[in-house]
Write a protein that binds this ligand. Structure first.
Ligand code: NDP
Length: 345
């Protein structure tokens, strides 16, 4: 049978490019979990995705009711779940005041982290049930949350502090809207949410990898300076950011290339397989068969608990996370508090 993959935020940018890359193999059925059904339908059509290779299902991560409804709908569809890709995100760098999810959490952390946290927790048993040889949970991370990098050192830097704002529910009322309890800063809230994403992936790995056999991974696909993520930024930034990334930092990566990278992580491809994606589907199916039977000579991208990145020649490597983004004690506390906030504990 075809592999079955749920991708959140597949209506644009990286999510759409990944959906397209996986659908094109003919070996995957993509469930596009999106908040705007029509936009997703148009996006899939204009990306040239064949109808039999995808299903669109409504999911608004800024509402925990919607997350639960999505999970119910998905379970009722009786489709298997082999790979879950937590990709959707909002970035609000110019916001002066916080905005909130349906339950009253600051929007960036509420959507990017808490919505995905509940989704992944509720779908874990479906992933576990999968009879596919490779089952994976991928949570998209970012370099910007990693203060051990140049990009991660551009202020405001990510910092979860002692988690007092998260503990208080990020409501901006009795507690701060920021995880560390500080003044609201939209750019920092995004970076903090990405640290939560990377901590969550590692905590999943520690708690569930051995027991379930699920591979948990995160990745930084490169700077995809052209996506809708920057839609809230000032126009001058949006004009200058792509050429700056292309010619100065050389960190720029196209949506197509980034989508292929994420698709590799989903499919267990080795790092030399960029080129092989262009080969015939027969070749790809052989390659998949090989990797699924664990005979693949290059074990890269198959390891659990890893944050993947790609170098300038598009080869994948196991990257180091910053001290905070790899702090096991903090990961455990973020997990415990998040559980309470989303109503799991
Ligand atoms: P886009 O803005 O193009 O895509 C984000 C997606 O998330 C959109 O499909 C959007 O839906 C969806 N989304 C936003 N809010 C919600 C919600 N409440 N419920 C459901 N879906 C929602 O950005 P990118 O493709 O760049 O971002 C994708 C991922 O890549 C993110 O996790 C981001 O952090 C990460 N990333 C991006 C980098 C870059 O340089 N662009 C670098 C590093 C990481 P809609 O189409 O309806 O707006």
């Amino acid at each position: 049978r075809k592999g079955s993959v749920v991708i959140t935020g597949a209506s644009s940018g990286l999510g759409l490019a990944t959906a397209k890359a996986l659908a094109e193999t003919g070996k995957w059925h993509v469930i596009m979990a999106c908040r705007d059904y029509l936009k997703a339908a148009r996006a899939a059509k204009s990306a040239g995705m064949a109808k039999e290779n995808y299903t669109i299902m409504h999911l608004d991560l800024a509402s925990l009711d919607s997350v639960r409804q999505f999970v119910d709908n998905f379970k009722r569809s009786e489709m298997p779940l082999d790979v879950l890709v937590c990709n959707a995100a909002v970035y609000l760098p110019t916001a002066k005041e916080p905005t909130y999810t349906a339950e009253g959490f600051e929007l960036s952390v509420g959507t990017n982290h808490l919505g995905h946290f509940l989704l992944a927790r509720l779908l874990l048993e479906d992933l576990q049930k999968s009879d596919y040889p490779s089952k994976r949970l991928i949570i998209v991370g970012s370099i910007t949350g990693n203060t051990n990098t140049l990009a991660g050192n551009v202020p405001p830097k990510a910092n979860l502090g002692d988690l007092r704002g998260l503990q208080g529910g990020l409501s901006g009322l009795n507690s701060s809207a920021m995880i560390d309890g500080g003044d609201f800063d939209g750019a920092k809230a995004y970076k903090d949410s990405k640290v939560c994403n990377m901590l969550t992936m590692q905590e999943f790995h520690r708690r569930y990898h051995e027991e379930t056999g699920i591979t948990f991974s995160s990745l930084y696909p490169g700077c995809i300076a052209t996506t809708g993520l920057f839609r809230e930024h000032i126009p001058l930034f949006r004009t200058l950011f792509p050429p700056f990334q292309k010619y100065i930092t050389k960190g720029f990566v196209s949506e197509d290339e980034a989508g292929k990278r994420l698709a590799q992580v989903a499919m267990k491809f080795g790092h030399n397989d960029n080129k092989s994606m262009k080969f015939s589907s027969v070749f790809i199916s052989h390659l998949l068969l090989l990797s699924f039977t664990q005979v693949v000579s290059d074990p890269s991208l198959t390891k659990s608990g890893v944050y993947w990145s790609w170098n300038k020649t598009s080869a994948s490597f196991e990257n180091q996370l910053s001290q905070e983004a790899s702090d096991a004690e903090k990961a455990r506390r973020v997990w415990d508090i998040s559980e309470k906030l989303v109503g799991l504990a």
